[in-house]
Design a protein around this ligand. Structure first.
Ligand code: PDD
Length: 279
């Protein structure tokens, strides 16, 4: 079954999907996106993702092209057409096609794109062993809360991580951990789960919210505050959260071993709770 694309209301094979070279997403990165995955064929936390898409679009003064109900219908149809055991759904909304001029064009319809591809879950062995991360300077702009398609700084960071044979790049701004290049970062200190607060320096992850709720409802203390790079190195546990990584232990950062180099008990518990929730 080929990957499925959806362009401005029409489904087609991904290989046949095109957008204009004058699309402002291509010219300026003037657009926003979401990534959703399925569990047992059903999109996970879809309403939260669609709510964030609306927030991101509103921040760019983009009119939402579809209501949540309409999006849900298109997404379910895309999943049905692709017929993969598990799917990764990418949605993108840009300001549309117009001659290249920085200011917003008048009366232009947004471009709406969706792709549905096969989701390959992380290897169980990787999940069980945990991963290595590296830190790098967070050089992104001042509105990281918007899930914008401007991802060049994230691309740089991921490429650095790849070259360092690290799984993820952890971004550090003025000595403080913001998030990962494609994930949120949490640490455990003396039994408390700590993660950077919501605000313009991070993307407020859907998985982050789910995991914080699992922690709180499981009786774990949670602090949403800034974590220094020194605290990251000396944490009892470090883990990532995100649609693609789920809850993933980090056992080494910049070559320094976190605690005993194995996924810690709170990470394992939250990962198991998460699996229970989505399973
Ligand atoms: N990224 N922070 C950043 C910078 C991200 O790009 C992502 C997800 C997250 C986690 O958000 P969520 O839990 O809602 O997936 C945090 C997606 C998966 C991507 O760009 O591919």
């Amino acid at each position: 079954m080929p990957d499925v694309a959806f362009v401005n209301g029409t489904f087609m094979p991904l290989a046949e999907a095109t957008v204009s070279i004058e699309d402002r997403g291509f010219q300026f990165g003037d657009g926003v996106y979401e990534v959703v995955r399925t569990y047992q064929g059903r999109p996970f936390a879809l309403d939260a993702h669609l709510a964030r898409l609306e927030r991101s679009a509103a921040a760019l003064d983009l009119m939402p092209s579809y209501s949540r109900l309409e999006w849900t219908g298109h997404i379910l149809e895309g999943i049905r057409r692709a017929a993969y055991p598990e799917a990764k759904i990418y949605m993108q909304l840009t300001r549309g096609v117009a001659p290249r001029e920085h200011t917003y064009p008048a009366d232009v319809a947004p471009t709406v794109v969706m792709t549905v591809r096969e989701l390959h879950p992380l290897d169980k062995s990787v999940q069980e062993a945990g991963v290595e991360a590296m830190t790098t300077e967070d050089i992104r702009w001042g509105r990281c809360d918007i899930k914008s398609v401007n991802l060049l700084a994230n691309v740089f960071a991921r490429q650095q991580a790849k070259q360092a044979r690290a799984f993820e790049a952890i971004l550090v701004k003025e000595g403080l951990v913001t998030e990962g290049a494609v994930s949120n970062v949490m640490v455990v200190q003396g039994g408390t789960v700590v993660t950077a607060p919501e605000g313009p320096r991070i993307l407020s992850g859907v998985t982050r919210a789910v995991v914080l709720e699992l922690a709180r409802s499981g009786g774990l203390p949670v602090q949403e505050r800034c974590i220094s790079q020194a605290e990251l190195y000396s944490a009892d546990e470090v883990f990532l959260t995100g649609t693609t990584v789920e809850v993933l232990a980090v056992v080494r950062v910049d070559g320094r071993v976190i605690h005993d180099g194995r996924p810690g008990p709170i990470t394992r518990r939250l990962a198991a709770d998460f699996t229970g929730l989505v399973g």
